[in-house]
Design a protein around this ligand. Structure first.
Ligand code: NZQ
Ligand code: ZN
Length: 390
């Protein structure tokens, strides 16, 4: 296992009755708040009214940054920076899913820099300081509530790229599973696929001796496989929503990758699909993952994928390791398709073969030439995986 430092200081307030702590948590950091949210789900659910009442009752001044898009656009960050500066705001409360939280992180860092927010994403500028952020999570998926990163889209350049800074780690996150009751079946499934993908990106590595991390990863995958179908069937099942929500935070907060080298190969390929076709992130990951595993299956990786099948899907091991590994991949595919009702081809989400080469090229380029994961992927490998996903 490699050396590592694990230091995730986000305070988690989990459960049904945590909004009572919102004002006091904010007041530790500021009193002039940028209230950031998405396209209106929080107004429908009543959460917006609840937050605003808490602000009013506690003399918390606020301005709104509304309408943050799924696959959040850099334009919204530009607007957020302007509002924060004009009103001398000192705290950001992000209420929503990963898109709202990611965008808020970019605003938090960009406020203090004399540059366009996109410069941070393309690494022309570096966050040295940020407004403190708190989150109220409404969709279990990205783990943005307990990690330091974000992913931002620039429609003008067809780019969707990640950035990260220790300064943008949320100070606190309120996780009430009930807020996810209203998430529809599509986004519930996409969220679960995203959580599983984060776990698998950390899990599929070789020879690092990270035994404990891998058993924890299997626990998170089993949690998703057990509770995913329940949440799909019974959207208001608290136990299911609670387990999935807590899994979302731990899949990507750094614990599973401690002591490992991880490359996030499937995410690198998916971000191009979202950049060019604006598809839902988790759906793209579900489509690509079984094809990725098929592509990298070889004598080198067969034990790793077979163990995944045995430990996560309870496959009975046979003498034919290769067959066992193929079975594991088939089980994963079937879980996404049958239990999560995810459309499992690119065609079904509106992607044909027109831009596959451009996207494969971009995926390799953004990774620095090749994607150096458990198996190194060249542009041609990515293209093959895209084609197999059509
Ligand atoms: O915009 P509103 O009206 O809020 O509706 C949203 C949106 O349409 C809706 N929604 C959220 N909570 C809801 C709800 N609808 C009903 N009830 C609720 N309680 O769901 C839709 C999707 O929301 P979004 O925030 O886009 O989804 P998600 O949380 O999956 O975030 C996806 C974004 O996060 C990035 C993705 O690339 C994508 O841009 N990621 C961020 C990561 C990170 N920060 O570490 C890592 C991930 O791998 C991922 O790349
Ligand atoms: Zn993801």
């Amino acid at each position: 296992m490699k050396d590592f430092i694990f230091n995730v200081s986000t305070k988690i307030l989990f459960g049904r009755d945590q909004m009572k702590n919102l004002a006091s948590e904010i007041k530790k950091y500021g009193s002039r708040v940028l209230l950031a949210y998405g396209g209106g789900s929080i107004k429908k659910s009543g959460l917006y009214d609840e937050v605003v009442k808490i602000f009013e009752d506690n003399d918390i001044f606020y301005k709104e940054l509304a309408g943050i898009e799924p696959n959040p656009r850099v334009d919204s960050a530009r607007e957020g920076v302007k509002i924060a500066r004009e009103n001398n705001l000192d705290f950001i409360l992000a209420v929503g899913g990963g898109s709202v939280i990611d965008l808020s992180k970019l605003v938090a860092g960009a406020v203090y820099l004399d540059c366009d927010p996109w410069d941070i994403v393309i690494k022309k500028a570096k966050i040295e300081k940020a407004l403190p952020i708190g989150t109220i999570l409404t969709l279990a998926a990205t783990g943005s509530e307990m990690d330091a990163g974000g992913v931002i889209t620039n429609l003008e350049t067809n780019q969707k790229l990640g950035f990260g800074s220790a300064y943008t780690l949320p100070k606190f996150s309120i996780l009430n599973p009930e807020t996810t009751y209203s998430v529809n079946a599509k986004h519930t499934a996409a969220g679960i696929a995203d959580i599983m993908s984060h776990t698998m990106e950390n899990y599929f590595t070789l020879g690092d001796g990270a035994y404990m991390q891998n058993r924890l990863a299997e626990g998170i995958l089993k949690t998703c496989i057990h509770y995913g179908p329940i949440a799909m069937e019974e959207p208001e099942n608290y136990e299911a929503r609670a387990n999935i929500m807590w899994a979302s935070s731990w899949a990507i907060n750094g614990l599973l990758s401690t002591g490992k080298s991880t490359a996030w190969s499937v995410h690198a390929m998916e971000h191009e699909l979202s950049a060019y076709y604006d598809i839902t992130h988790g759906i793209g990951l579900a489509i690509l993952t079984p094809r990725f595993l098929n592509h990298i299956l070889s004598d080198k990786t067969v034990d790793m994928i077979r163990d995944f099948g045995i430990n996560v899907f309870n496959i009975t091991p046979s003498d034919n390791k290769m067959n066992d590994a193929k079975k594991a991949i088939a089980y994963l595919h079937a879980f996404f398709e049958q239990d999560m009702c995810i459309p499992m081809t690119l065609g079904e989400v509106g992607i044909d073969d027109e831009k596959l080469e451009i996207m494969a090229e971009a995926a390799a380029r953004h990774a620095g030439g090749t994607i150096r994961g458990v198996v190194e992927l060249t542009r041609d490998d990515v293209l093959e995986i895209y084609k197999a996903s059509l």
